[in-house]
Design a protein. Structure first.
Length: 308
């Protein structure tokens, strides 16, 4: 079993096609098939089912994929550790981030990262908090920045970064546009656009409502959308109200595209976390990035960056 065979298996599993996996790996389909057959023979396990509708992982294939990703991730850590002996002259950091930190935190930190560690190349994947944590667990990313925590907290290490405040917004044609504040009871009269259940924003919203004695099920949710940008656009177009990160709307407020409404007796904030797998040895690149972001480099300019 070789690293190359593991890479080929992952390519076929992710594309669900021998031909596309071969193309992505710059090999012929027959060569890739031979390598997969060799893996199945060595493990004495059928890893893939070949059907007329494509390639599907068997139960054994699912387990093999999870471990193959981890093996390659640890190989990358080893390579980066060796690069660390030469002053991080060349290293890649795979980072996962949920929407708000991906769009409003990382861009502000990039210039500082490039100045302090020019040899680090950042490869960022964006998803909601649950997706980032799943990619950490599978070894696809080494570090994550999220706004929500997983139920299986014991496998992750969380370090607090900064607080993010959620605020209620309406569009320019909404009747509440000119209201400085409304009561909690008034919320039940409105239509709401919310994020998907796996997002840190939605988790924080539910937690805040329950803490205030409000049943989230009583609200009229007309849509669940997969990004903050989609939520903001829907609200601006007149589809209802929403609770979003205050960091994400400064530009919209300044241009009169959205309006912020205070809720009497309700303040919603969430913690943004830097997270890693407990069992995984940190690479030099991950250590350097973690120290940079924990020191707050660039965070003082975060508000200014978001207002651009």
């Amino acid at each position: 079993m070789t690293f190359r065979q593991l890479e080929l298996f992952i390519a076929v599993a992710e594309t669900r096609s021998f031909s596309r996996g071969a193309e992505a790996s710059s090999l012929t389909q027959s060569t890739v098939s031979q390598h997969i057959a060799a893996l199945e023979q060595e493990t004495d396990t059928r890893l893939l089912d070949r059907t007329s509708k494509g390639i599907f992982l068997t139960a054994g294939g699912e387990v093999f994929l999870q471990h193959a990703r981890r093996v390659l991730a640890e190989r990358d850590v080893l390579i980066q550790a060796m690069a660390g002996l030469h002053g991080l002259e060349k290293a890649t950091l795979n980072l996962g981030a949920s929407n708000i930190p991906a769009n409003y935190l990382i861009p502000c930190l990039l210039p500082v990262l490039q100045h302090r560690f020019p040899g680090i190349s950042l490869n960022m994947r964006i998803g909601d908090s649950s997706e980032v944590l799943a990619e950490l667990k599978s070894g696809q990313v080494e570090l994550g920045i999220v706004g929500g925590r997983a139920a299986e907290d014991d496998i992750y290490s969380y370090e607090p970064l900064l607080k993010d405040h959620l605020v209620m917004i309406v569009g320019p044609d909404h009747p509440l546009k000119g209201s400085p504040s409304i009561s909690i009871n008034d919320l039940q009269q409105e239509r709401f656009i919310v994020r998907e259940e796996g997002s840190g924003t939605y988790q924080a919203l539910q937690k805040a409502f329950l803490s205030a004695g409000i049943d989230p099920e009583l609200f009229n949710v007309t849509a669940r959308l997969g990004s903050n940008e989609a939520v903001r656009r829907a609200v601006a177009a007149g589809s209802g109200c929403a609770f979003v990160s205050d960091l994400s709307i400064q530009n919209n407020l300044r241009h009169g595209e959205l309006f912020k409404i205070d809720i009497e007796g309700l303040a919603i904030e969430r913690q943004l976390w830097l997270v890693r797998l407990c069992e995984r040895t940190a690479s030099p690149a991950a250590i350097a990035f973690s120290e940079l972001i924990q020191q707050g480099a660039g965070l003082n300019n975060l508000g200014q960056c978001c207002n651009v």
